[in-house]
Design a protein around this ligand. Sequence first.
Ligand SMILES: [Zn+2]
Length: 485
Amino acid sequence: MRIFFRLVGLLLVLLLGVLLWNTYRLPSRQLTDVAPAPEIPVSDSAVLHLSRAIQIPTISDSAQKDTSQFEAFVQFLENSYPRVHQHLERERINRYALLYQWKGSNPDLKPILLMGHYDVVPVIEGTESSWTKAPFSGAMQDGYLYGRGSLDDKSTVLGILESVEYLLGQDFQPERTVYLSFGHDEEVSGLLGGKALAQMLEKRDVKLEMVLDEGGTIKTDGVAGLNQPVALVGIAEKGYTSVQLTAHGEGGHSSMPPAKTSIGMLATAIDNLQKSPFATNLGGTVGEMLRFLGPEMPFMQKLAIANLWLFEPLLISTFSATNSGAASTHTTIAPTILKAGVKDNVLPIDAQAVINFRILPGDSVQGVVNHVKAAIKDTNITVESLSAFDSEPSAVSPPDADAFQQLHRAIKACYPDVLVSPYLVLGATDARYYRRLSENIYRFTPYQLDEEDLKRPHGTNERIRIATYHKMIQFYATLLSSMAK
Ligand SMILES: [Zn+2]
């Protein structure tokens, strides 16, 4: 018996040794040798430009009938950025999508492309009076500039243009060609903007060193238990599909119903589906995030991340505790539409439900359909894919690539106290259309937001801190001058 306890004790000591050894060996992935970026003298005109841009209501609705605002915006850019329009070649695709080319002196270097969109979502009727400043006023108060588009995504478009205008004023000549692409319908699918722009570059056989689109932000209140600002650089985005389930009943009088009406069958199917969630996966993008942030975590978390072989279930339950955490570790299932019945005493014939899925990289649209069929186990229910907005999950862009390192460097140069981490974009961006143009597609918007601010894009009181906007211009100028030289 004593030998047994000794053996157990020895094993425990060994285990502890292995755990500590792995924790100790977990290398930091943060760059530490980055010199601070030079301050850029941002003129008042830069902020006024953004204010003016917000006052042009380039609202994307599905019909997008009022194109005069889009024309006005294109003219506004021409007037506001004279050097850009003198030195860069500009093309208009489908009239309002814009592609700028800043020719580099060395054709052997693959070009980079910075992108954004200048359309905005509407303001929900009845919420206008809840805004501190009117949503299309571009008004400033207490160091903030208010308005629809101030975060999503006019600050990106204008921040990029300000930085190029500034660099041109410094006689900067890029060695590497720089493309800027600005879509005008991102909020309603991006088909005429982002997609058309990407297809045109593809036709010209352009291969890009890097694509940078909107995406993750600098989360000032940290992520995953880290109380430190973290720059979240999207290295992949989830796919999208919706599936329609139809249960077929016989109809008739509700006084003599069958054991299960079409509504009952459908309800069972949805219940079965929700009881069969997609597998949770801590590899892929989340794995990369753990590699970047794990070493910076407090000791116990670091120990768990360094020893995933033992603590994976614990980490999975930590991720699953929040909706956003769960969404980044598996394909999500969201029933969104239910249709059946017309009258309380009439049995419905067909009952229909639409289920929306956001697909984790590694899964696929077809995989989702197969999963649904297997989970509902009812051949009387028709399963149809609604393919209108289907998109496969993106490839995962490597966080070890030189382009990512350059991005990492530019972030650290402008925001020295920030940790950098890859992450998975849960929504969809126009960047997905560029998948054949580059292996290095990153989704990152260089502004600082906290959890509370994340409700502002598409919500009420969208606003940007003016000092943050200055930093965005500095970031783009830093990135361009290091990557394009
Ligand atoms: Zn956006």
